[in-house]
Design a protein around this ligand. Structure first.
Ligand code: ADP
Length: 500
């Protein structure tokens, strides 16, 4: 299939992959959609079509679920020695690492993020996730339990894979989100149907090849490309699926819960956020300025944990706003593969329009633009300038709703009382992440306790590690990803009691 707009900077290998006749992985074979339908994938830096991928619909979903069901009920993956599963996960990590540049190029081309960022963040974090979970494969175990019912019993628990898992992921970190989902499920011995985001399927399709090459048996992992309604919805509703793990918007998260009700499949959700970053007057100001700027502008603000509400003590408000605004104004917008790129385009036309309309609504409601604004000045592609708004109030849409773009609302506070600051920080339906900027240890820990969110960073933001659990309070989700905790998402506990 002809590729229409491959960036001339990409390597031959990446260009060849983009140009291939893309196939989905179902039951160990690379196949087109049953209907033969495909849909276009766009280059967000130009708005042009990069390539086409299969459009999975209910029939393809059903084939993939039957394959995963068979692989779970009869296949080798859940029955394999844990060390062998660990070895295969480690091999996946090695193969991704060997192709770091290729994965980073593909991610940059498809998602729009800077190549340099994909190379130092997305790809290595993906590799780490597979290695970390490779280690867990041999360490999943139950307990022996002393019963008060009497001495003549021997009781223990078994931790068993939950079964067939449907995984639905978003477009902001396409490869990394696939790893966050696949690696723990596979370590636990589950079989998987992964649906990639329709905007960014390319690294997931390349990962499917890598997993096949690493020796994942037929049906243990199935990878689908398709839309939310056409492929995601039938997958979330399928009766032969035991569990659905979803990352995306809170709105779709609620649809997933309803879809899962038919067979009461287990559900975990990693959803939206409106994370506060709180700067106290004793913070190291340079650190707070660069840290809170990167909290919102990293990945173009397309992070569920972006620090999009910036609360700054009034004593340092002007200084911090000026510093963050200067950083915003200096950021160079360019296609992700341009070596000078500091911020690429947003992922899609839809996302571009949504973010611009939020900026416009903030201005219409009285917010003041300190940097950026609705006009990017870039001729083509879905570019939005990093934007700093002040003079907002707590009921404005820009303050309450998740924008998922490089837009921050800076709000002064004068309260000495920690409770009042916490009340403001917690005044949101979300509870995913937060950061606190202070040199006062006691204040840092008090705020860390008081914030209703799954992550608190102190004098840093957006620090991720395969060992750190990540997930949301309130409407930011159910369950945790990563760390030992994620294993709970993919395991059942069985209690065995033997009368002696
Ligand atoms: P965004 O709005 O940021 O694109 P979404 O929550 O819409 O995030 O999408 C995240 C993932 O959920 C994507 O893979 C998308 O295809 C999928 N999705 C969207 N709608 C549904 C749905 N009704 N059921 C299942 N999956 C869906």
């Amino acid at each position: 299939m002809a590729t229409l707009s491959i960036d001339p900077r990409v390597s031959g290998r990446t260009a060849d992959f983009v140009a291939t006749d893309h196939r989905m992985l179902i039951d160990g074979r690379f196949v087109p959609a049953a209907s033969g339908k495909t849909f276009p994938v766009y280059n967000p830096a130009t708005g042009e079509i990069l390539t086409h991928v299969p459009e999975a619909e209910a029939e393809d979903v059903n084939r993939a679920v039957l394959a995963a069901r068979r692989a779970f009920d009869e296949g080798p993956w859940p029955r394999m020695a844990p060390s062998e599963r660990g070895r295969i996960l480690w091999k996946i990590a090695d193969l991704i690492e060997q192709h770091t540049d290729e994965f980073a190029e593909l991610e940059s081309l498809d998602n729009g993020k800077p190549f340099a960022v994909a190379r130092v963040a997305d790809v290595p974090l993906t590799v780490d996730m597979f290695r970390y979970m490779a280690g867990w494969a041999t360490k999943i175990s139950g307990k022996t339990l002393p019963l008060s019912a009497g001495y003549d019993f021997h009781s223990y628990t078994l931790r068993e894979p939950i079964g067939v898992v449907a995984q639905i992921i978003p477009w902001n970190f396409p490869l990394l989100m696939a790893a966050w989902k696949l690696a723990p499920a596979l370590a636990c011995g589950c079989t998987v149907i992964l649906k990639l985001a329709e905007q960014t399927p390319l690294t997931g399709l390349r990962l499917a090849q890598v997993m096949d090459e690493a020796g994942v048996p037929a049906g243990a992992v199935n990878v689908l490309t398709g839309f939310g309604e056409g492929a995601g919805a039938p997958l979330a509703a399928h009766d032969l699926v035991d569990k659905v793990a979803f990352t995306g918007s809170t709105e779709v998260g609620k649809l997933i819960v309803k879809a899962a009700a038919g067979n009461l499949k287990k559900v975990t959700l990693e959803l939206g956020g409106k994370s506060p970053a709180i700067v106290f007057p004793d913070a190291k100001i340079d650190q707070a300025v660069s840290g809170t700027a990167s909290a919102i502008f990293f990945n173009h603000g397309q992070c569920c944990c972006a620090g999009s509400r910036l609360y700054i003590h009034e004593k340092v408000f002007d200084q911090v706003v000026e510093g963050v605004s200067n950083i915003a104004s200096d950021i160079k917008l360019a296609p992700g593969l341009d070596p000078s790129c500091q911020m690429g385009p947003l992922v899609s036309d839809e996302q571009y329009r949504k973010v611009v309309s939020y900026i416009e609504s903030g201005i219409a409601e009285g917010a003041r633009v300190q940097a950026g604004g609705p006009v990017s000045g870039v001729e083509r592609g879905y570019f939005v300038r990093p934007t700093v708004l002040t003079n907002t109030n707590p009921r404005m849409k820009v303050v309450q709703e998740e924008i998922f773009g490089p837009v921050v609302c800076a709000v002064p506070f004068g309260d000495k009382d920690v409770d009042a600051i916490l009340k403001r920080a917690n005044d949101t339906v979300f509870g995913l992440a937060s950061s606190v900027w202070t040199q006062d240890l006691s204040m840092a820990h008090k705020v860390a306790r008081g914030i209703r969110a799954g992550t608190v960073w102190v004098n840093c933001h957006n620090v991720f590690d395969a060992s750190l659990p990540f997930g949301g309070y309130k409407q930011s989700g159910w369950g945790r990803e990563m760390g030992e905790e994620v294993l709970n998402n993919y395991l059942e506990t069985k209690a065995v009691t033997v009368a002696l």
